[in-house]
Write a protein that binds this ligand. Structure first.
Ligand code: FES
Length: 107
């Protein structure tokens, strides 16, 4: 089963193990990781699951859909090239060990 590491702005990190095909948002919420809200339940309609994906995993990420693209312009913290909606990135073997940084704020 893949693992995901979430790094807080403070530098503190949480590593969780998840079932294949679990989204970064669902995995964070299920494991009480601070800083990921997931208000819309994963519909790409709130941007409260914003994360910064470390560059070494960029090539394995799914493409950004039109809906995600629009919501990424609505994030509370600054959008960067590393920004993704956590609900739109599902983790399986290809993204095993992925590391994401959590922004300072989501709302
Ligand atoms: S949970 Fe709402 S956009 Fe991801």
């Amino acid at each position: 089963m893949p693992t995901i590491t979430y790094v807080q702005p403070s530098g503190q990190s949480d590593t969780v193990t998840v079932e294949d095909n679990t989204s970064l948002m669902r995995a964070a919420v299920a494991n009480n990781v601070n800083g990921i809200v997931g208000e819309c339940g994963g519909q790409a309609m709130c941007a409260t699951c914003h994360v910064y994906v470390r560059p070494e995993f960029a090539d394995a990420l799914p493409d950004i859909s039109e809906d995600e693209e629009e919501m990424l312009d609505c994030t509370t913290a600054e959008r960067t090239d590393a920004s993704r909606l956590g609900c739109q990135v599902r983790v399986s073997t290809e993204l095993d060990g992925i590391v994401v940084d959590i922004p300072e704020g989501q709302v």
